[in-house]
Structure formats: structure tokens, C-alpha cells
Design a protein around this ligand. Structure first.
Ligand code: BGC
Length: 363
């Protein structure tokens, strides 16, 4: 009886993908589709070529969709919302069968998405949730709250906040307010750090703490650099040490590192990041960035290609979260991949041994 119950639970959790890592154990559920028997053209809309990760995401999606037998319509929008809207409108009118969209601003694609829905074209939100629309069918991403949690835990553990006397000076940088992920990263990290801020063990000398104040338009390195330079000159010019900077991702971390390089002469602070961009991994090796979050874009692409293939074959795609991501109109069935923590001690194994980068790329 007990055994029966266990196997029923096991079967149910496999259907929901609960036991599956990203692109991992979920594969068998879709493997009957290998070869993309359905064929057809798939639209892939990416935000920008400016950040390394989206180039990798786009390349991986194209390669894997083509290997599965699909034609691929891959577009980059130069971080310009109007461009992305017209790219999606073209995808709809030119007969793309499924749309995979990594939005610039999750709330700004309403009309283009409505056109897709009218034509019965399924839409998958890629990495960033599409907000305020019922036209999105599925969402595939990394667990964004967990990204923030891991960054917060890294700071807590590295400074030994439960035992050390402190206080330590902290500054905070997060991402674009139009990107739903930014709020998740911020909340995940701040839920870990807030008790220490409340207890006075972490002190934000600038007082800049709430999400809107620490957000960085377009995740821009230059904007983060400017804000950090202002913070240094206003609050740390007298030699007050900066102990730690929480940065939600690598592009903002790079801005902070550039500002420290040009305007700060104290001991180098702990700095967090996300994406394991090549330039940031180089900084990690050089001791200028403490950690990054590794999100293997190959496995996210694999998961999305499986979703596309299932949809094209009239099957229900595998998801593993049906409660977290409400977009204001509906709760979107999601597949969350697990992010991994990377630092100087494990980057070789994670990034080089796995074939993500070559050793030469990191020199
Ligand atoms: C992604 C991050 C990325 C950021 C800036 C977020 O939506 O999840 O991986 O660093 O956008 O491109």
C-alpha cells in the first residue's frame, strides 16, 4: 500500500517535472518528440545583443531548435521596445507557429501579444515573464528568487554575519524595473539581508535601499557605474570602508567594479553578480568580483525546445511550478531551472569542464 502511494506521488511529481533539474530528468517526458516531427517556423525574440548572455541564449535556441527540425526566426531588438513590438508583429503575420519571447519590458508587448493570441499562436515567455496579458501560455526561467537568496546567503556566510561583530557597510544595486525578474532577485537577497540591516550589523551608508532607488535602467553598466561613483564621493570619500556591494547581475557588478577602480582606494569589497559573463569571470579570477550565479543557458534552451516540440505535437509541456508567477492576469505555468553558485573555487569545473567556456576565453 505504502509502496503504491509512493509510486503514485513519484509519477505525479514527474508529470509536474518536480524531480527534474533543468533540461535534466524531464527529458524523457518529451523525448518521443526528438527530431521535431512537427516542423514549422518558430519566432525567437531576444532583447539585446549588448549583454553576452542574450547572444548565448539566442545561439543556443537557434541551434537546438534547428537540430529538432524547426526553422528559426531569431530577432534582437537592441533594447528598444518599439523594435521588439514590430518584430513580434512580423512574426505573427509571417506565420510563425510558436513565439518564444525574452522581453525588454514585460508589460509593453500587449497589442503584439493580443495579435498572436487572436491567431492562436502559443507564446512562451523566455527567462522574463510577460506581464498583464492572457496571451502567454508558458514560462521557462531559472528560479529567480533563488538567485537572490544565493547572493544574500553568500554575503551572510562570507561576512559570518551571525557571529562577527560588524557593523559592515553595504550598498545595493538591482536591475531594470520593467523586468519582473529584478524584483525577484532583489526580494530573494533582501529577505536574507534585512534582519542584519534591522539589527544594525549591515549599514547602508547611502540610505539607498528601496527597490525603485536601487534599480538600474536597462541593467546598464554605465548607469550602475555613475550611481556607484556618486555614492563613493558622497559617503565614502573620507575613508569609510565599503565592505560589500550586492549586485543583482554581472552588468551592474561591472559598473560597480569600474567605479571602485576609478574612485575608491580602500580594501576591495565583496561583490555579487549573476550570469558568469566572461568579463566578470575574468574579474573573479583577478579578485575583483567575489561570486556570480551560473545559469547554464544551454539547459534553459533545451527546456524551451522541449516545450516548443510538445506544443507542436499537441502535447502538454512539462512544468514544475504552477503557483509562483502571476503576471497580473493569470498564473503562468512555469518551468524553473536551478541556478548554481560560482566562485573562484568552482568556476573551472562549472564553466570550463562543462564546455561552457574554453580556458582561453577566460585569459
Ligand atoms: C536575467 C539576468 C540578466 C538580466 C540583464 C534578467 O532578466 O534573468 O540573467 O543578467 O536580465 O540582462
Amino acid at each position: 500500500m505504502k509502496k503504491k502511494l509512493l509510486s503514485a506521488i513519484l509519477a505525479a511529481s514527474m508529470t509536474l517535472g518536480l524531480l527534474a533539474g533543468c533540461g535534466g530528468a524531464a527529458a524523457p517526458a518529451s523525448s518521443g518528440n526528438a527530431g521535431g516531427s512537427a516542423g514549422g517556423k518558430i519566432g525567437v525574440a531576444m532583447p539585446t545583443k549588448d549583454l553576452q548572455r542574450w547572444n548565448q541564449d539566442g545561439d543556443n535556441m537557434k541551434k537546438q531548435l534547428e537540430a529538432a527540425g524547426f526553422e528559426v526566426d531569431l530577432q534582437y531588438a537592441n533594447n528598444d521596445v518599439a523594435t521588439q513590438v514590430s518584430q513580434i508583429e512580423n512574426m505573427v503575420s509571417s506565420g510563425d507557429k510558436v513565439l518564444v519571447i525574452a522581453s525588454i519590458d514585460g508589460s509593453s508587448l500587449g497589442t503584439a501579444l493580443a495579435a498572436a493570441k487572436e491567431k492562436g499562436i502559443p507564446v512562451i515567455a523566455y527567462d522574463r515573464l510577460l506581464m498583464q496579458t492572457d496571451a502567454v501560455s508558458y514560462y521557462a526561467t531559472f528560479d529567480n528568487y533563488m538567485v537572490g537568496t544565493k547572493q544574500g546567503e553568500y554575503i551572510r556566510d562570507t561576512l559570518d554575519l551571525d557571529n562577527a561583530a560588524g557593523p559592515f557597510n553595504l550598498e545595493v544595486f538591482t536591475g531594470d524595473p520593467g523586468d519582473n525578474n529584478a524584483q525577484f532577485f532583489y526580494n530573494g537577497a533582501m529577505d536574507i539581508l534585512n534582519p542584519y540591516i534591522d539589527a544594525g550589523k549591515l549599514v547602508i551608508q547611502s540610505g539607498q535601499k528601496d527597490f525603485a532607488t536601487v534599480a538600474t535602467a536597462n541593467w546598464s553598466t554605465e548607469e550602475a557605474q555613475k550611481r556607484m561613483e556618486n555614492i563613493i564621493s558622497s559617503f565614502y570619500a573620507d575613508g569609510t570602508p565599503i565592505d560589500v556591494v550586492l549586485c543583482s547581475n554581472d552588468s551592474t557588478a561591472m559598473g560597480v567594479e569600474n567605479a571602485l577602480d576609478s574612485a575608491y582606494s580602500g580594501a576591495w569589497p565583496i561583490i555579487t553578480g549573476q550570469d558568469c559573463d566572461i568579463a566578470n569571470v575574468k574579474n573573479m579570477i583577478a579578485g575583483k568580483q567575489s561570486m556570480s550565479i551560473f545559469k547554464d543557458t544551454r539547459s534553459l534552451a533545451k527546456q524551451v525546445v522541449e516545450m516548443v516540440t510538445d506544443i507542436m505535437n499537441g502535447k502538454e509541456p512539462v512544468v514544475n511550478d504552477t503557483s509562483t508567477y502571476n503576471n497580473g492576469v493569470k498564473t503562468v505555468p512555469s518551468f524553473l531551472c536551478e541556478p548554481v553558485f560560482a566562485d573562484i573555487n568552482n568556476y573551472k569545473e562549472l564553466l570550463i569542464d562543462s564546455g561552457y567556456y574554453t580556458e582561453d576565453q577566460l585569459k
